[in-house]
Ligand binder design. Structure first.
Ligand code: ASP
Length: 290
């Protein structure tokens, strides 16, 4: 039986159920995670991924996505890509159709169009309204506030013990234009290696990236830890070494060769959707500094 994990209460359920249904239809784990993320990207209800998500400080949506295959460590990513859905499909194409790992910005968009996707306006009336509201709020001038967490990061392990990790996000809401977080960065936002397991992250991308948290967590499993121990070790280290990680939610999730899975976060509440033994359930985690 496969294991499929997906982040956050609202989008995670749609992502995991879509991926699990695709698996039942005989799709590969790569196709399943791509289907789960594409489903969430297309839904304007999820405001941190794809259509209708929150833009940068110029009011433009810039999407990041990545996917990694644990069989041969092949991976693909796009960052700061405007007006293209599904971003995760473009990331998969970078993996499958180019010798590269990442394409950025306008050139990622160009590559997507060359491969048949149509550019579109991904802002909805609601995301424009939220942006206008933010722009007129004087407190925004004090600092960029990282409040919305709906990045969908997914991990899968198929019946043959093969791991895939993938992530899709619009990043930090009202971010500085051009800012890229952890999600499309292999080692930070995702990592998968069939020799050890898979891990992924969500939360404050700058801190997750500094910790190279997904790679670190896979290395913890390689050293013999269960998925839960590996996540806790990574998060403990972030709390110890990175003061900002104590203040804002930083999450890591993992699944290991032994069939174990787990997650941990620095602060706040995090929900992880888990599909295992044919059942889909949601688990709640509380930050270790709370
Ligand atoms: N990790 C994402 C980023 O920093 C955002 C999130 O997961 O909330 O871009």
């Amino acid at each position: 039986m496969p294991i499929i994990l997906g982040t956050w209460k609202e989008p995670g359920q749609a992502a995991v159920e879509t991926a699990a249904a695709a698996y039942q239809q005989g799709k590969s784990m790569t196709e399943c995670l791509e289907a789960g993320l594409a489903r969430c990207e297309d839904d304007p209800e999820f405001i941190a991924i794809g259509r209708g998500s929150l833009p940068n400080s110029d009011g433009e949506l810039e999407l990041d996505a990545s996917i990694m295959d644990g069989r041969d460590l092949n991976c693909g990513a796009v960052c700061a890509m405007r007006g293209i859905l599904p971003a995760i499909t473009v990331a998969r194409w970078v993996k499958d159709k180019t010798p590269h790992v990442m394409l950025a910005g306008d050139q990622a968009r160009r590559f997507a169009i060359e491969n048949g996707l149509q550019p579109q306006n991904l802002m909805t009336a609601e995301s424009v309204r939220l942006y206008e509201e933010w722009k007129t709020d004087p407190s925004r001038l004090q600092e960029y506030v990282h409040t919305v967490h709906d990045t969908v990061t997914m991990l899968g392990r198929d019946d043959d013990g093969h791991f895939v990790a993938a992530s899709s996000t619009s990043g930090w809401s009202y971010k500085k234009p051009g800012r890229v977080g952890d999600s499309p960065i292999v080692g930070a936002g995702i990592y998968a290696d069939d020799e050890a397991g898979a891990a992924g992250a969500t939360g404050l991308g700058e801190e997750l990236w500094k910790a190279v948290v997904s790679f670190r967590t896979v290395q913890n499993m390689r050293a013999g830890m269960t998925a839960q121990q590996a996540c806790e070790e990574s998060i403990n280290q972030m709390v110890r070494r990175q003061p900002k990680a104590r203040e804002t939610s930083c999450v890591v999730l993992a699944t290991g060769k032994d069939g174990s899975w787990g997650a941990a976060c620095t602060t706040g509440t995090f929900h992880l959707w888990v599909h295992k033994d044919g059942q889909t359930t949601v688990q709640e985690y509380t930050g270790i500094v709370d």
